[in-house]
Design a protein around this ligand. Structure first.
Ligand SMILES: [Ca+2]
Length: 339
């Protein structure tokens, strides 16, 4: 939603009335202005992250918008290390196939894509997630044509590989060294927002439950370092899919009811835990709660990833020792009372 700026000058000075609305709630979505990075076909600027540890699984999610339909020989994810400049990278071949290099020379090709479809997909803002697991598949998920639900777009089986430690991640370039050997002809003219990297493979259900509040444990866009003259713009709204504040279907035997989960940062409820399921994101933890009849609230810890399902809502215990609303910031409490 656009901001409105009114200004005027009078005898006693000027007035400025600034009205901006950065968050727009609408049914089923939450639009948020996120910082956008623009990579031009140049080696004089890029965003990067060093010292990435060994991995045998990956999930990489981001919003992308390429300014041109010329994708041939252009790259978008490049991990290098002392063993190989192509430790893990993805690029478009001249025939618009997506190629994946793993641990150097091992190359896999996703099925060829329809160029017209790819032009629409890549030159509009769409969310993309790439997952990979050693001995499994490399899979490309995206939200085609502005739909906010991911679908599986392409995949390819890969062999067993370990991405070795000390990796340098550079977006939208091909490294032929370590943070070096880049070629402006291989760089993409493309926008990027909401980048996150995790060292595990997410399921499609988990990817669909991600929101802007979920952060990659290996990299986030905010954690990337900057080389060269880079500015970020804030004039694009993104569907952050904040399902925490939406009605979630809570299923019962023979009936169902909707609940709304509200988020309290720095809060935790103790001594009412009915289950501790594994959950690889806050959204996944909340989804686990919504699938249980006896779950009224959830504690999620962003540092440890622990997910606790409770049989009572934390704020109902306000002032009681069991509910600590002054816990450290890694604790998030989701309750089903009115927000
Ligand atoms: Ca290379």
């Amino acid at each position: 939603m656009a901001g409105i700026i009114l200004s005027g000058c009078f005898r006693l000075g000027c007035v400025l009335v600034l009205s901006t609305l950065l968050v727009n709630m609408s049914e089923g979505s939450k639009l948020v202005n996120l910082p956008v990075f623009y990579q031009e076909a140049t080696t004089s600027k890029y965003i990067y992250k060093t010292a990435i540890p060994e991995m045998t699984q990956l999930t990489i999610c981001m919003w992308m918008k390429w300014v041109s339909t010329d994708r041939a020989g252009k790259y978008f994810i490049s991990f290098s290390n002392a063993n190989a400049d192509n430790e893990f990278l993805t690029w478009f071949s001249p025939t618009d196939q997506m190629h994946v290099h793993i641990t150097g020379s091992t190359t896999y090709n996703l099925d060829s894509c329809d160029n017209t479809e790819l032009n629409t997909l890549m030159t509009n803002w769409n969310k993309h997630c790439f997952t990979w697991t050693s001995g499994g598949s490399f899979t490309w998920y995206n939200t085609k044509n502005d739909h906010d639900i991911f679908i599986k777009y392409r995949d390819v089986s890969t062999g067993s590989h370990t991405l070795r430690s000390g990796m340098n991640l550079v977006m939208y370039h091909d490294q032929d060294g370590q943070l070096s050997g880049m070629d402006s002809n291989q760089a993409s003219n493309a926008y990027l927002a909401g980048l996150n990297v995790w060292n595990y493979e997410m399921s499609l259900d988990t990817i669909n439950a991600l929101t802007c509040e979920d952060e990659g444990n290996i990299a986030t866009q905010a954690s990337m370092s900057i080389y060269g003259p880079i500015g970020f713009t804030y004039d694009e709204s993104f569907d952050c899919g904040s399902k925490y504040r939406e009605a979630l279907e809570k299923l019962y035997t023979f009936k169902k009811q909707s609940i709304i989960m509200c988020k309290v940062e720095g809060a935790k409820l103790s001594n009412h835990v009915v289950a501790t399921p594994s959950a690889d994101s806050a959204a996944s933890c909340v989804a686990k709660c919504s699938s249980r009849k006896d779950c009224k609230s959830a504690n999620y810890n962003t540092s440890t990833g622990s997910c606790e399902l409770n049989d009572i809502n934390g704020p109902a215990y306000e002032g009681v020792a069991d509910y600590d609303d002054n816990a450290d910031s890694s604790n998030i409490h989701y309750h089903s009372l009115e927000c």
